[in-house]
Design a protein around this ligand. Sequence first.
Ligand code: ATP
Ligand code: MG
Length: 542
Amino acid sequence: MSDAEKTTNFIHSMIDKDLEDGVYKEVYTRFPPEPNGYLHIGHAKSICLNFTTAAKYGGHVNLRYDDTNPVKEDVEYVDSIEEDVKWLGFQWDKRLWASDYFDTMYEAAVELIKKGKAFVCDLSGEEIKEYRGTLTEPGKESPYRNRSVEENLQLFEEMKAGKYKDGEKVLRAKIDMASPNINLRDPIIYRIAHTPHHNTGDKWCIYPMYDFAHPIEDAIEGITHSICTLEFEDHRPLYDWVLREVGFWPNPPRQIEFARLNLTGTVMSKRYLKAMVDDGTVEGWDDPRMPTIAGIRRRGYTPEAVRNFCEMIGVAKSNSTIEYSVLEGCVRDDLKEKVESRNVVFDPIKVVITNYPETQSELCTIENNAQVPEMGTRQVPFSRELYVDGADFMEVPVKKYFRLFPGNEVRFKGAYFITCNEVVKNEDGSIRELRCTYDPETKSGSGFEGRKVKGTIHFVDAKTAVPIRIRKYNYLLNEDGTPNPNTMERIDALAEPSVLEAEPGERFQFFRHGYYVADSKLFTKDTPVFNEIVGLKSSWKK
Ligand code: ATP
Ligand code: MG
């Protein structure tokens, strides 16, 4: 049993009770995306919940495209959804299309009409809204509410046959215009739309509304627990009403709502994400700044980190917003013992080891992951001219600064003790180089115990260093929710030569800086582009 299968939450408690009471004999869930955009981390939460819940009870999960809306749907979206679910590590039982059930939905609507539970209404959209009433006032019954069954059957048939224009008529459930739940005030269940559908073509010019279609989709598939987000809580009485009144299914599914995932610093709505793609704010759905699954994958997040995150935040009954840093913490925790380190210096400062022979060079051994010895070691070149990180030198050190400064001795990681003797400057006052000396007795691994130094810094060898391009990202939104205009910083850095061997998508820790991934689209040996996955420490400011 995986950790996820051991955990419990209020949904599992409800399922436990259903199984105990014999309401259902098994657990069948579904993930029902509308294929109108890429999935985001909020969807990942829903995917994890549906798949781990089914797994816990030895049940099944369907991937069902909720394509009852005849808007333009893109195969690009369908492909991306499947790639994303698989990337998260899940495999569905059946892949289904809600539009394949249009015939059954139509029959269900006819059944309601026959029972006197649905009627064709000629009010305009505007009028229907007016008649609906408010939270404090009951609605008014439509003048078409008492049409005979025969008339309704005929009109609905004519709607289907294309006799009426969009919006001219609708089919409404006949429930209760005085219900305190506005969703039950004779909701529209079918509307006319002379729009071809990607799956059914021109066969239909009437399409079912979500609240009518969704319970039927679930019931047809034998779903037992239809998990959805909180905004559908008030729709549950309608969900139950549809299944009860249609009556085709003896043991209908149960809808259970949970709080949708919100994260600080980003947006979780396909509509907004699509707008950012369309207006060029980002470079595409898989831009590493995007909270889409494609984006975080390219950013270098791991599926394990995302699953752990979804598990860790639990399943809530009321809406809240999770700090983005919680997700970043999960990513850091997951990468910590998985990835190799590389020496990369940002803002490089040249170091000349004046007592190291000009013609000499050697290899230094560095652990690939200091916390995981089994990950082995690698060799990095060392010679007279090196580069150190701009953050590892201070001409005038602040208190408790143990890295390089004039007169101080530090260890160069995997190499020697090095003392900075002199700072040589350019005419404009910038640093040209640091003139240093090394102590040949102190090579790492030689067992030298003569004295200790407080600081250890990393370096790259000047002759063999390779320039790399780093893209560092910032949250899409500021803390006040306004768009952040500075979401990407480009940094040129120098790296040990082994980074050129990276495969696109391969992840590393760059000493002192954080975790980085060779960009899956842009990385080549000629232009090695890395994305910052996450910094080493939380960068979130309270
Ligand atoms: P969006 O508003 O981003 O378009 P949606 O809810 O319309 O999202 P769907 O494709 O209809 O997107 O969603 C598929 C499933 O994912 C639904 O069951 C929905 O409840 C769930 N889901 C969507 N967003 C979140 C979220 N932020 N947290 C948890 N579940 C979510
Ligand atoms: Mg939706």
